[in-house]
Design a protein around this ligand. Sequence first.
Ligand code: SF4
Ligand code: SF4
Length: 167
Amino acid sequence: MSKKILIDLSKFRTFDKKSCDVTPPEAFFSYPPNINGLKSIRELAVFQFTCRRCEDAPCIHVCPVEALEKDADGMIHRHTNLCISCKSCVTICPFGTMMSDFFDHHRKKELYFDLTDKEELKKFIIACPIGAVTLVDMDENPAEHIYKLNDKVLIKELVWSTEKTVK
Ligand code: SF4
Ligand code: SF4
């Protein structure tokens, strides 16, 4: 089995940006082409696994430039070509879905690492908070809060669910 990239979102959330000058890096896959511009792996992950898909989504209402929209499954997408990085959506989200450093990378392609390139992947792992990104031999494992983002990337996140736990 080829190794997968495991990204632990909690390590990015607890990373204290004020304690040093380093901004956590971002990463993307160069495929498939994204019509909304370059989308970071972490942004795709939080909208898929962290966002609670509010019915009357305050993030959409607060956005001054209509850069956020829901797809048919209720998943939020940010149109990076429209977004002006005001971070109002970060402030209003009651669940801390988005991380404010996403917008530090806005439109700065040079700050992104291409995870399809082995050398860039190595640099990305080194530049991330310690332990936030690792290479693993495993598949999705919800019991350990590990979920599949795509064929190469696993995301570790506490996913919210309305389903009651049966004991
Ligand atoms: S407010 Fe937060 S949790 Fe609700 S839809 Fe927007 S991003 Fe998701
Ligand atoms: S940061 Fe971007 S997406 Fe969020 S509210 Fe501002 S313009 Fe809209």
